[in-house]
Design a protein around this ligand. Sequence first.
Ligand SMILES: NC(=O)c1ccc[n+]([C@@H]2O[C@H](COP(=O)([O-])OP(=O)(O)OC[C@H]3O[C@@H](n4cnc5c(N)ncnc54)[C@H](OP(=O)(O)O)[C@@H]3O)[C@@H](O)[C@H]2O)c1
Length: 295
Amino acid sequence: MNPRILLLGNTGQLGWELDRALRTHGEVIALDYPQVNYLELKALQDCVLEIKPDIIYNAVAYTAVDRAETEIETAKFINVEGPGLLAKLAKQMGSVLIHYSTDYVFDGKKGRPYREEDTVNPINMYGKTKLEGEKAVQQVGGDYLIFRTSCVYSLRRDSFVTKVLHWSRKHESIKIVDDQVGNPTWARMLAEITAQMLVKHEKEELKSWLGEKRGVYHLAGDGLASRYDWAKSVIEFDPHKDEQVVKEVLPAKSEEFNTAAERPKLSALDCSRFKQTFGVALPDWKEALKLAMES
Ligand SMILES: NC(=O)c1ccc[n+]([C@@H]2O[C@H](COP(=O)([O-])OP(=O)(O)OC[C@H]3O[C@@H](n4cnc5c(N)ncnc54)[C@H](OP(=O)(O)O)[C@@H]3O)[C@@H](O)[C@H]2O)c1
């Protein structure tokens, strides 16, 4: 029998792609704000208990990194209280919670890609709330998978890629930081690989198989890139180059931009645990970007 899947946040970058990817794997009930509002936990609880899913995919998040510095309570509700409640409900219903987190749980000072067991030390409020959210899920002691990812983009919602495309049409010279390094991750590929985990398992077998894999995994596009490298590739792969007015892309340092939140310098993720456990990995970030821009 097909699993009953509750997808929360289906208009976000990842959620929208999950909505497409999960449909072949079970009965999907997809909800977003305002049908579910993570600032109203009782209503969220009632909704989840009524649906009684076998698997919950939580694609809801407060992702405004700079605004999180001041909208701390809102960020906490969405990134901590919401996932914590979902974990409790999942345990109560015998379901599995699939949750997503971020490379911003690290301070970026290690100098190499981070493994799951590395020390966490977020340097901004967004990272702090996402880390608290991970802990809230883990403390419940139910079945969960947490996927920490990095530099997520899509072409259909505001993202770094759509911003670079926009700037390339407005400015002859663009400055982009070369001291923030991550793994660009196309939301579609992240959604497909996490939906693929549901293949080939009957409902009960699937829940216990996912339960056995319980834990935190790093999952992002293969290879590292600074925002500068990433922007240059966006401009190179742009299928409508004739619309560009940009003549040069210049490297810059984070300090030159006055942002409310500090960003880690090298927060790229080492995704080998995911590959060892599930036998698959996301492709090279440049290959994925090329595909995304042609799609
Ligand atoms: N974006 C990145 O670069 C990045 C990097 C690393 C990790 N991640 C993680 O990856 C996951 C997916 O991120 P994403 O980029 O897909 O995020 P996103 O595009 O910002 O989507 C977030 C979703 O949450 C919904 N939401 C916000 N506030 C809500 C509330 N109060 N109640 C209910 N829903 C609410 C949004 O609804 P609306 O559409 O109505 O706003 C949207 O559907 C998140 O866990 C994020 O922390 C992202």
